[in-house]
Design a protein around this ligand. Sequence first.
Ligand code: AMX
Length: 464
Amino acid sequence: MALFRVSAARCLELQKLSAPVILRQLSSESTDLKKILTEKIPQEQERIKAFRKSHGSTKVGEVTVDMMYGGMRGIKGLVWEPSVLDADEGIRFRGKSIPECQKLLPKAQGGGEPLPEGLFWLLITGDVPTDAQVKAISKEWAARSSLPAHVTKALNDFPKHLHPMSQFSAAITILNSESEFVKAYSSGTHKSKYWESIYEDSMNLIAKLPVIAATIYRNTYKNGKGLGSVDSGKDWSWNFANMLGYDNPEFIELMRLYLTIHSDHEGGNVSAHTVHLVGSALSDPYLSFAAGMNGLAGPLHGLANQEVLVWLEKLRSQVGDAPSDDKLKEFIWNTLKSGQVVPGYGHAVLRKTDPRYTCQREFAMKHLPNDPLFKLVAQVYKIVPPVLLETGKVKNPWPNVDAHSGVLLQYYGMKEMNYYTVLFGVSRALGVLASLVWDRALGLPIERPKSLSTDLLMKAAKAA
Ligand code: AMX
């Protein structure tokens, strides 16, 4: 495969282009995120323009027939700035691993986990923010958090049996009545300015998501009572936990970690790719994000965190809370023989244990080492991978993020497993909306890959 075969001179030239020195140098102390982006965007546009001028026709991969029938696995076809996923090492947010983010990003006073506000800053600018910059984002999101009356009314009118993800997606869709981008587009704004209203919509949407999500939780499970309010002196996760009705400081720390690690997983996964695709038609951020949430609601993607708990409950009811390894193995084989997947295991890109699983396991070992459900999840971690390997077809037998999140939520009293994917969705906004702002800043066109029929593909294969 001819991947980036370049001469020494071209290598030097590439190095100059690829080191985002200018972006790093600009790490201003300003707390005005939009102003910082206004400075960075033209420089990044220039860097990419120069790169495309010298390497626009360089080949970076090839496409096989199997890839086309196989969910486009491995095809390099998208540009996504906020994060990159390595099959063995896992996710890096703007080049930083999860342990590095845990160390480097600002924390709440007295807290040990990173604030998702800081992760958002990192994802959208490429810089690790200061405490003051993160505080400014917390304040700004609190100030932008109120919902228009028609969205609150719609949420309150939804029947309780409607899945929380359907409520979430529907509420986000109708929030597009507030879109600044729609106003800017219809008033004839020049396309070089689109990113500015996409940014405003993204900031408003992120600010409002915890209110939408908490309203769904209180309506669906707590008779619509006890929805807390936003405190402008607190961080995004504190406010979200408070609105949900949880005041345990450990649960709030868990929310900070949870909302940080679920934010982004490069661009090809269903939710991220959907937001990017729909956004490329210049649908506003509300419509684009709602579309991504409909993808996240699938059991092979974000709904897997719900499915893991459903599966664990079934396991407990059939083989008890503390089964022998043999009984557990038998249960896993029964799942596979009945044509179902073991939820929370496997991945389309990862080939090792997901570091998002590992950091949640570390959180559990620190805060709930003796919890029976955690012990069961740890036992499942020991037994599932060899069984999946034995099938001979599973490419990655290791756990992903969803294998561990539910047990932590259960421990702190959030038992409503059908709700878990909504938490994932609130977090996912940080990555996909950071990317959407850059999509418009870079003027990326409408996405339109070429498809072929099987007959045409056969002809092409014969001729190759
Ligand atoms: N249990 C049983 N079988 C599995 C499996 C699992 N956990 N993971 C993969 N397989 C099977 C596939 O279904 C496929 O079977 P088939 O050939 O009969 O169709 C075969 O192994 C090869 O699949 P693969 O190349 O290893 O995986 P993939 O890239 O096609 O799919 C994923 C990836 C995540 C959908 C798959 O591993 C899966 O279904 N896992 C369980 C659901 C899950 O946890 N999803 C969450 C993923 C993370 C996220 O997005 N939140």
